[in-house]
Write a protein that binds this ligand. Structure first.
Ligand code: GDP
Ligand code: MN
Length: 343
């Protein structure tokens, strides 16, 4: 199957903007990046590639968010490479910082355990803030309220296949909620009680669970060396959220919002290191119809050390078809589970 070249999604609604179409109406969407001033060079590199492969034709706006003011130098740098409007948003401290319900002693012992097990970023408080913010807060920012769809972009990622159709209209017109390129198993220690907290919530609120959720995908972990039983029944397979194209109205909806409140109350963003990737994935997997999740197999994407590598004439990569990562981490790929269990 992998030797067969792919092009654009088949049997789906696709909109192509024609050259010289000056009246083209954009979907209600923004490119989005939470980024630090110090990452200017890396984000410019990512934007350049996204513009060259796709957005030069559409000129979708870009929203930059930060827990500090962006510097004039940062603004000048990104405005030179963005083809659409640019917006900036500073995150209020009340949203970004560790909330008052977090018990300092439990936080301290929690991160000590993670650090002792060499979990990345365990003791970096800003990383916990970032994961919590990306899990349940970014779409509530004043400047994001006007948008429905976002495409998340990180510094130092690569886009290496030409995409001709309007990706946001693809989401809209095919009624999709969540799009991804790469999916991985997680380090179970970072989400040790996420599943238990979630199951408790679902037992109390069964009405929120979607009858066509991706239950098997969330729980089957037969060929998973990384997440035996450490995550309490969650396979730890998740969509890698440094790339995501999604509908924020899903997060804003009652099911996800109420569930997120329960996660906040449990405190796992700090006592453990719940990532926004497993949180979005568990939320989408339980509270949305799995047919509304889309693997963008045609979008060439790389964030070290993994990638989605389409076999297509539209790509400028040298990798062989299906390349995912250096061989020593190949077993972290759980895309086969999604393919198996999402149909
Ligand atoms: P990793 O991919 O898990 O190693 O994490 P990253 O360091 O790439 O962080 C994820 C995203 O959040 C990137 O877009 C970073 O620029 C952004 N980010 C992480 N920490 C902070 C922070 O403290 N402030 C801001 N403004 N952005 C952050
Ligand atoms: Mn990153």
């Amino acid at each position: 199957v992998l030797s067969k070249k792919i092009d654009e999604p088949k049997n789906m609604k696709l909109v192509h903007k024609q050259d010289g179409d000056t009246d083209y109406e954009l979907a209600n969407a923004t490119l989005l990046s939470l980024v630090r001033n110090s990452e200017l060079e890396g984000i410019v590199s990512s934007i350049r590639q996204l513009e060259e492969t796709w957005n030069w034709r559409y000129n979708y706006p870009f929203t930059f968010i930060n827990d500090e003011e962006f510097t004039p130098e940062f603004k000048k740098g990104v405005e030179e490479v963005c083809s659409g409007k640019v917006y900036y948003e500073v995150i209020p401290k009340s949203i970004w910082e560790k909330p008052a319900n977090i018990d300092p002693a439990l936080y301290k012992s929690g991160i000590a355990k993670l650090a002792a097990n060499k979990v990345n970023y365990a003791s970096l408080e800003s990383y916990h803030n970032m994961c919590r913010f990306n899990s349940g807060w970014f779409y509530r920012l004043e400047g994001l309220k006007k948008f429905k769809y976002y495409w998340r972009v990180e510094p130092n990622v690569n886009f290496f296949c030409k995409v001709d159709y309007d990706v946001f209209k693809f989401m809209r017109d095919n009624e999709l909620t969540y799009g991804f390129t790469v999916s991985l198993y997680d380090e179970p220690l970072t989400v040790e009680t996420l599943w238990k907290t979630t199951v408790d919530f679902c037992l109390a609120h069964p009405e929120y669970v979607h009858p066509n959720g991706a239950f098997k995908w969330l729980t089957e972990n037969q060929q998973n060396p990384h997440s035996t039983n450490g995550a309490g029944g969650y396979s730890t397979c998740h969509f890698w959220s440094n790339f995501e194209i999604a509908d924020m109205d899903f997060y804003r909806g009652e099911a996800y919002s109420k569930w997120f409140d329960a996660l906040e109350a449990a405190g796992g963003f700090y006592y453990e290191r719940w990532g926004d990737a497993p949180v979005h994935s568990v939320g989408v997997g339980l509270f949305e119809d799995k047919s509304k999740v889309w693997w963008f197999r045609d979008i060439g994407y790389h964030h070290s050390p993994y990638e989605n590598s389409p076999h297509s004439d539209k790509c400028s990569t040298d990798h062989e078809p299906g390349y995912f990562a250096p061989p020593d981490v190949y077993d972290q790929n759980c895309l086969p589970n999604w393919i198996r269990y999402s149909m």
